[in-house]
Design a protein around this ligand. Structure first.
Ligand code: ADP
Ligand code: MG
Length: 271
């Protein structure tokens, strides 16, 4: 297949842009946040670039989910700092650890329900169905559109949740330990499925921010890994992942993989 210059610019072979050419999708600037007397975030600064995949690691309870809620503007940094969208407010989707599907609705109805509540709520019914249908296709579940959640495996339910987030055409996708509840095999398959989706030009997705507790997963998936310190959490370090794209099964053998995993592991020991 031949690519035009325009295709190449648009293609999702990421990480090609020079750092000084990269555009910021969202930026946390010195954000601090407390719940009552409990200081949770302390001076968190992080730029998320367009077309990048960032992972967030950190001890349990340090404030990772809270950081995602700041990005979603569900919470405001109430003890200083600000959340900035330098290129305008993007459309943001979110996927949680548990798929949170309505048990009495089929896969496609679950997606339609969310579309009927979001910024697309004025959309005609047929268009909503089409969007839900293409989102199911993106995650390979078109043949399961009429299945109810209890008829789907955990991995399939999480794919419905991903389809639901993608149906609204987000440019930024936030994921909070999305594969944490799945077995190792399903998890690895979904990791690569997600990467292929993100690389594909068939959807609007540009930046992904994923919270995970797996160092290996963070390195395999991301361009940069953000290590947060214990509560009150700040950004302890941001590590660049020196692996080429597209990421593929077997890249665990790459020296850059285990060097980065080891570097992150040492940081966890010192926390
Ligand atoms: N709505 C809330 N009210 C009070 N405390 C909260 C609330 N949400 C989170 N916390 C507290 O803030 C801290 C960070 O929580 P969270 O961001 O969920 O951590 P993580 O996702 O890193 O495990 C925890 O101590 C948690 O108990
Ligand atoms: Mg959390």
């Amino acid at each position: 297949m031949l690519f035009t210059t325009n295709d190449l610019q648009e293609s999702r072979v990421r990480g090609a842009a020079r750092p000084d050419q990269r555009e910021i999708a969202l930026s946390l600037k010195g954000c601090s946040l407390s719940f009552g007397d409990v200081k949770v975030l302390s001076n968190v600064s992080l730029d998320v670039y367009k077309n990048e995949f960032v992972s967030i690691l950190g001890p349990s309870g340090c404030g990772k989910s809270t950081t995602l809620r700041l990005m979603l503007e569900l919470l405001a940094p109430n003890a200083g700092g600000e959340v900035v969208f330098p290129s305008g407010k993007p459309s943001i989707g979110i996927v949680f650890q548990k798929p949170v599907l309505m048990p009495w609705l089929s896969a496609i109805q679950n997606i339609e329900l969310t579309l009927s509540m979001g910024p697309n709520r004025e959309m005609p019914k047929e268009e909503r169905r089409d969007k839900a249908e293409s989102a199911l296709q993106l995650v390979g579940l078109q043949d399961f559109r009429n299945h109810f959640p209890h008829q789907l495996s955990g991995g399939m339910q999480q794919r419905v949740a991903i389809a639901r987030a993608l149906a609204a055409d987000p440019t930024v996708l936030l994921m909070d330990e999305p594969f944490g509840a799945l077995d190792e095999f399903t998890r690895e398959r979904l990791n690569f499925e997600l990467l292929r989706l993100w690389e594909s030009p068939d959807n609007s997705l540009s930046s992904v921010v994923m919270v995970t507790h797996s160092i290996q997963e963070s390195v395999m998936m991301s361009d940069r890994v953000v290590m947060m310190s214990p509560r009150p959490a700040g950004v302890e370090k941001i590590v660049d992942v020196p692996l080429p794209r597209p990421r593929e099964v077997g890249m665990e053998e790459h020296p850059g993989f285990y060097q980065t995993v080891n570097e992150l592991r040492k940081m966890v020991k010192h926390q």
